[in-house]
Design a protein around this ligand. Structure first.
Ligand code: PLP
Length: 383
């Protein structure tokens, strides 16, 4: 029987402990495993290679993504690094021009010197993506929705372009989560996650994952997982497993709150623009409605004021915490021009639509009226 995702979130990969009957996966704080004879082990040899707490999480995440295989890492960047390990020197990668800054950094500042070549293009423009493909292109890297302008990319179309060139398509599904969007169903080869965000869900753990349906690819990923060693500890895996159980209920509230807040902001005099795929005014609203089950908990808006006034807004909130990151139960607020994207030269930043007044929020699961009241008093303080 194909169980619903709400059921899989709680039960997939979760088997009561055979010896004790413990319902929850134990935290196997353990580095090595007894062997009954040389090489004769019971499935585990050494915890970098495999750990039972991690195995349960990997099975749980694979089930959520409708994938066959999951592998976990010590961070989202550890997972992203492993996708790049699959490539050879001389290979070329086409990626979105608004990928997460850390992804852009590892591509250009770590892997270019090993002979990989990267092109960053507007992945909503499929002609631009096709034009960027070369004989050496081995990977198309997609995020959707993107950060902070919430562009929505067509996973099926981009996977087709990748496959026409015998390239892999990897989708970073951190923003949407498998509750809202399952990229393997749309043709992606690998799904990447920062578990640090919605899947962990409580801002108390750093982790990453890769999920695929392809056994050979999974084996290769497993080889690099073990060889590079960016693997998570059992306590981190336990925390993420604890988080995935409530993913569906948390995401429902994140989505409801974000939709309500987006509509309120869109009508607000102090706000000139709202970026949220759930608004009909969003340029890819129809695509988002077809590709996603709901529109997520992330949104950005332009406060109609100066850089300093927008800084006042993000500094004056009480319920929203001024912090980077996202996906926890608590609402976070940040100002890309002064924080996450401050390193980009102003001209370039403005050309990319990252205006001085742009504010990004990770909408938490508090009462939405408290979130509105908090933003209103912060707007009043800034104006
Ligand atoms: N992918 C996305 C979309 C992210 O937002 C982040 C972190 O912010 C990462 C990957 C990296 O994940 P981590 O911070 O867990 O290494």
């Amino acid at each position: 029987m194909d169980e619903h995702i709400e059921t899989r979130a709680i039960h997939a990969g979760q088997v009561p402990d055979e010896e004790t009957g413990a319902l929850m996966t134990p935290i196997h704080a353990n580095s090595t495993y007894v062997q009954d004879g040389p090489g004769d082990h019971r499935g585990y040899e050494y915890s970098r290679t495999g750990n039972p707490t991690r195995t349960d999480l990997e099975a749980n995440l694979a089930a959520l993504e409708n994938g066959a295989y999951g592998r976990c890492f010590s961070s989202g960047m550890g997972a992203i690094n492993t996708v790049l390990n699959l490539l050879d020197s001389g290979d070329h990668v086409v990626a979105g021009n608004d990928v997460y800054g850390g992804t852009h950094r590892i591509f250009t500042q770590v892997y270019e010197k090993y002979g990989l070549d990267f092109d960053f293009v507007d992945t909503t423009d499929h002609d631009a993506v096709r034009d960027a493909m070369r004989d050496e292109t081995a990977l198309v890297w997609v995020e959707t929705p993107t950060n902070p302008l919430m562009n929505v990319n067509d996973i099926g179309a981009l996977a087709d372009i990748a496959h026409d060139h015998d390239a892999l398509c990897t989708v970073d599904n951190t923003f949407a989560t498998p509750y809202l969007q399952r990229p393997l169903d749309h043709g992606a080869d690998i799904v990447a996650h920062s578990l640090t965000k919605y899947l962990g869900g409580h801002s108390d753990v750093i982790g990453g994952a890769l999920i695929t349906d392809d056994e050979e690819l999974d084996e290769e990923i497993g080889f690099y997982q073990n060889s590079v060693g960016a693997t998570p500890g059992p306590f981190g895996c336990f925390l993420v497993l604890r988080g995935t159980k409530t993913l569906p209920v948390r995401m429902d509230r994140h989505c409801d709150n974000a939709r309500d807040l987006a509509e309120w902001l869109a009508d607000h005099d102090a706000v000139s623009k709202v970026y949220y795929p759930g608004l009909e005014s969003h340029p890819q609203h129809d695509l988002a409605a077809a590709q996603m089950d709901d529109f997520g908990g992330m949104l950005s808006f332009e406060f109609d004021g100066t850089l300093e006034q927008a800084s006042t807004v993000v500094s004056e909130t009480d319920v929203f915490t001024l912090a980077e990151s996202l996906g926890g139960v608590e609402s976070l607020i940040e100002q890309p021009a002064a924080m996450t994207h401050a390193a980009i030269p102003k001209e370039e930043r403005l050309a990319a639509g990252l205006t001085d007044g742009l504010i990004r929020v990770s909408v938490g699961i508090e009462h939405v009226d408290d979130l509105k009241a908090d933003l209103q008093q912060a707007f009043d303080a800034a104006l």
